[in-house]
Design a binder for this molecule. Structure first.
Ligand code: SF4
Length: 372
């Protein structure tokens, strides 16, 4: 099929995409500024189908947020609470282990574990948590800790990032989810999350994790005060690191949810912006295999449409998501496996259940086998 490109500025970009050439920073800005979303989506879909055909991935996972206590006060955040806040919670180890196995009949292949920067929970506590999960659920992949949590634990323990990652890996951490990247632009970061590690530290932590053989995802928070250049700069920095390490598995654009944050005067992102961020990411990140439409943030409906605009993954069943729901996400806290299958099939795509590392999962009623 030949595309009708309405925006003439996109024609040279289409030629590059058809030839499999890398897009430049300026191309990225043009893609973000063009109103011709169908042409941008057409190009992203070309790349998506070149890489994955109709294959569309999902997993059966569970989110665990062990604590919302956080020493940082990022303005983008509605989740973190002060240690003395009566609404704050911190699970005991027994609660984490109990919660992990609670209330869900479908066999889970992944625990996604992230939380606040707790001033008292030690690296040993987290290692114990991982060991306990591995002991109780040996078949489940533990995708745990943002780069921000890793850097905080290292600082508290007064050891290096490498040693911290090694200890967590030895205790059972299998990979990292890639959160906390937000936007690397320092002026923006100073306003939305000045208590966090800076962009270079985030990238350095990811680099060390990849060197240790750990795979990770990567993310970008959009829809707050950043501009098009900030977004493209972020994508190019991820692409540059991926050229060196090859350790990123999936990129996940995260829509900013302003409710209950100090930035709640900012309007929520539009469907147009959500779709465009998926498409531009697919086009710019030519070396990252997967682009995820995270239904929790962009709603199952928009995530489904994104499967035709560059996304090849729709995330998982999730079960009990706290972070974005504290910030006003109105989506359900979980989707059943059958609903994910329906969303993907109705988009004309072929659903593939995967494990965290994209190996196909063969499933019977309540058990699964990862095909290696
Ligand atoms: S975004 Fe993360 S580090 Fe910042 S306040 Fe929230 S939980 Fe803490």
């Amino acid at each position: 099929m030949q595309a009708i490109i309405e925006d003439a500025r996109l024609k040279p970009i289409l030629e590059k995409v058809q030839a499999g050439e890398r897009l430049s920073f300026e191309d990225g800005v043009t893609l973000y500024r063009s109103g011709d979303i169908l042409s941008v989506g057409y190009m992203a879909n070309l790349v998506r189908e070149r890489l994955h055909g109709d294959r569309t991935y999902f997993n059966v996972n569970r989110h665990i947020n062990p604590t919302d206590v956080c020493v940082a006060s990022c303005r983008l955040c509605a989740f973190g609470k002060r240690v003395r806040d009566p609404k704050a919670y911190t699970m005991s180890l027994d609660e984490v282990w109990h919660r992990a196995g609670e209330g869900w009949s479908e066999a889970i292949t992944e625990f996604h574990i992230v939380g606040g920067l707790h001033p008292e929970l030690t690296l040993d506590w987290y290692c114990e948590m991982l060991r306990g999960l591995k002991q109780r659920f040996p078949q489940v992949h533990l995708k745990a800790f943002t780069m921000v949590e890793i850097a905080y634990l290292a600082r508290r323990q007064k050891i290096g990032i490498r040693e911290t990652l090694e200890k967590l890996r030895d205790a059972g951490m299998d990979s990292l989810p890639g959160g906390g990247a937000e936007i690397f632009s320092e002026p923006v970061r100073r306003i939305i999350c000045d208590h966090k590690i800076d962009g270079n530290e985030w990238l350095e932590t990811a680099r060390i994790a990849h060197e240790l053989g750990l795979r990770s995802n990567c993310t970008m928070l959009y829809g707050h005060i950043e501009n098009e250049e900030d977004r493209v700069d972020h994508l190019v920095k991820l692409r540059e690191l991926q050229d060196v390490t090859g350790g990123f598995v999936t990129f996940i654009p995260l829509a900013f949810h302003p409710d209950n944050t100090p930035l709640q005067h900012i309007p929520k992102t539009t469907g147009f912006a959500d779709i465009r961020n998926i498409a531009v990411a697919r086009l710019m990140l030519d070396n990252i295999p997967h682009i995820k439409a995270y239904w929790v943030m962009m709603t199952p409906r928009i995530a489904q449409i994104a499967l035709r605009f560059g996304a090849d993954d729709i995330d998982g069943t999730v079960v009990e998501e706290k972070i974005y729901h504290d910030a006003g996400a109105t989506t359900s806290q979980s989707l059943r496996r059958s609903e994910l299958l329906r969303l993907i099939r109705k988009a004309g795509r072929e659903p593939i259940e995967r494990d965290t590392l994209y190996r196909p999962v063969q499933r019977t009623e309540a058990t699964f086998t990862v095909l290696v």
